[in-house]
Design a protein around this ligand. Sequence first.
Ligand code: ATP
Length: 345
Amino acid sequence: MNDPILEVRAVTRRYGARQAVDAASLRLDAGEIACLLGPSGCGKSTLLRMVAGLEPVDGGEIVIGGDLVSAPGRTTPPETRGVGLVFQDLALFPHLSVADNIGFGIGDLPPAARAERIRELLDRFHVAHLARAFPHTLSGGEQQRVAIARALARAPALLLLDEPFSGLDGHLRAEVRQSVLADLRATGAAVLIVTHDPNEAMQLADHLILMTDGRILQTGAPEQCYRVPVSAAAARLLGDAITVPVRIEDGAAHGTLGMFPAAGLADGAGELILRPEVLRLSPEGVAGVVEAVRFAGAGHVADIRLGALRVSCPVTGTPPRAGDMVGVVVDPAGVRVFPASESQG
Ligand SMILES: Nc1ncnc2c1ncn2[C@@H]1O[C@H](COP(=O)(O)OP(=O)(O)OP(=O)(O)O)[C@@H](O)[C@H]1O
């Protein structure tokens, strides 16, 4: 196995009594794109800033390209870590042209080599026609491309992006994201992107890193994290998750939606966690009453009362009406069972 580009080992950062990052570990291989996802204040930016060398670590170690760059009392400065950085505000130099922004950090190269590198990046990020333009005349998406091109000027093996798409609005955001992603992949750099947007993270990443309260809950491929969350908290970070209280007894979980395997779990209170899409309406399912039906583009969503439980169930075809009695079935493959104490958060 190749050595990772980035290895973060049990890194900790405290601000007074607050543990902003608590024993976080992750690794990133060459050419891999990872998204660090979590709610506001969970410590994502702090972790990224420690990797960048903008913040010291209070515990643990960071290794980049085989070099130990952070340990308590030791912080290699950002400019000698071989990382590229792009922050939310992009921070382009307003008085420099696009070409000069991109070439800013490579003034030490011979002029011909510098010009060649600038031309390469202008082409790669599709901004060659803007080479002489100034940042304030560019669209948000164009500024985004220039900021990334500038961060890659020294060909870092690792690029760090903190909420890079947050300044772009809906439609433009998705479009810029996908095309920038393709261009980034072509550079071969390992990329660590901080975001609080689950859809963005799932669409961009080879590898998700889910974080809450300073701790990393789960890492893995987006589909794995979505389908097989390690806890209710991890499940909720990636989208709608229905929580159903159950009683675990002799390796089975019993609750309103029926019985599900819970091998290896101790008897006691538990929770089922499932995505809405594993529910469907069928007459042989658990009986419930439709409370409301909403149009949701590709189909409808029915809010259904099943005793004390209320679930939102996607419906294809003709939707039921409020007040109808329906049956709800669950695809057991889409259900996870957790002991109640482990699924808090
Ligand atoms: N320089 C600082 N001094 C004191 N507390 C800080 C400092 N930087 C961050 N914190 C605190 O550490 C915690 C984590 O902050 P951080 O900015 O890393 O979170 P985040 O997940 O990036 O949030 P957001 O998505 O809102 O940017 C927060 O409670 C924040 O208030």
